[in-house]
Write a protein that binds this ligand. Sequence first.
Ligand SMILES: [Fe+2]
Length: 386
Amino acid sequence: MPIYHQLGTMPPKRHITFRKESGGLYYEELIGNKGFVGPSSLLYHVQHPTQVRSVKLLKEILWEEDSDHTFRHRHFKTAQLKPTTSITADRIPLLFNQDVALEFAQPTKEDEYFYRNAQGDEIVYVSDGEGVLDTQLGEIPFHQGDYLVIPRGILHRYQFTKTPVKCLVIESRGYVRTPKRYRNEHGQLMESAPYSERDIRRPQNLQAFDQKGDFVIVVKKENRLTEFVLDHHPFDVVGWDGYYYPWAFNINDFEPRVGRVHLPPPTHQTFEGDNFVVCSFCPRPYDFDPRAVPVPYNHSNVMSDEVLYYASSEFMSRKGIEYGSVTLHPDGVPHGPHPGRTEQSLGQKETNELAVMVDTFHTLKVARQALGIEDPHYFQSWVETP
Ligand SMILES: [Fe+2]
């Protein structure tokens, strides 16, 4: 995030001695995207972060493509997924390509280990539940509707205070950022952006644990989970500063846009990744021209696959979807309102829809694990029945 942030204590300049009360040194660590040229933060540890006692390969994560390549619109119902144990290790893959993966998690318990994703940035959309994202850079309390943006390399774990917890996880190969067109040349979100820095919740309440012993961290890299056992508590940071840290933004803090006539989905863009975008469809008044057609027109997403996660059971242009539905409308087939929805929308004043959209510029593959929750007739759902 292009906002400078600092917590805890640190020396007045970078890369100089910083001593504990006992006289020993704190140990500096740079965590930076793109090596030394991207956004970065400097951390000050009680122990060396490099002290690893043992490593063990825990698990291979399979993102396997559906063997049925028949090209069509798809619909998956995450409400039919059974809960799994871990929010980090047991995610169910739904859709993926070389740039981004969409997974679903509904954990039954908290992880006993600390977790670091070393292959991608994560946007965790909290569809249900509450808790605290506990990180080496501080805590971020979270609740329903939050997007938790966790850049790769940041060690963290989740504490849950209200269950069930249900999350859509968007895992990105590229750096997740605010859309460039919302920022001025200095990085500040402009007055015209649909949210401001004030809506972005940064880590707080930094606590440093000076404890020796066996502490397990699990690192995700190349779709493998590897266990590292450190000889000390990894949350031992007494201070840090920089631009690289986890942050939260609630979907209800997105200021929805309304026009005289229908505005296209990019109006609702929330995040930017490499070759994909994330948009938020929030409750809002409908278009205000008396002749306006509030629901979207039919459209063909040429060079873009469109995914919608329905965070409420209402969506103005669709029927047959439910809370937790995921639809894939790929490039190559037009899609649009279901029969009757256009007529129904005329004269309506507002919508209570809540949905997360992910548009990818490369083709998405359907994960084999999603087939058991698929509505197989969705592609026919636009056919009018007498
Ligand atoms: Fe669409």
